[in-house]
Design a protein around this ligand. Sequence first.
Ligand SMILES: [Zn+2]
Length: 185
Amino acid sequence: MENNEHLRWMRAAMDMAEEALGAGEVPVGCVFVRDGRIIAQARNRTNELRNATRHAELEAIDCILADKALTAEPSNSPLSTTTLYVTVEPCIMCASALRQMEIKEVFYGCGNDRFGGCGSVLGVNEQVAHPVHPPYKAAGGFCREDAIMILRRFYITENTNAPVPRSKANRVLKTDINPLSSVET
Ligand SMILES: [Zn+2]
């Protein structure tokens, strides 16, 4: 696939991350693409719903499974022809869910050193053995700097929903991007 096409879908995912930022959520967005079109798009809703499982990926999966036009009947591999574009490496929870759904492949923006389930913390996508579901490919680095900057924009303002709010004192928005770093706050 042309790199341009990856960027096109990743920009759509970034639009969802912007929506999350506007709603006071950790700015992560995603789109699911099948047959050359977006079939679902979502963003983090964990604060709004007070539910830590409401990550962008799981929000979108719920929509796809609930839509008879997209998921005609129950299947062990409902996403086998579907590709995910997400602004941040899926966390361990989402990476596992994506494997249960047999996602075709995943492209993400920046890595996730704290929770990443596609290699940063744990390779749930392909390094961990699974008795039923095959591994899937995950590749990062698409719109990576944009994905990092929007997270910084979020974390520089105090997250009032966090259990222990962190001080804003002396915080400035860094704009330099270390080539080796992933999610930096
Ligand atoms: Zn997740």
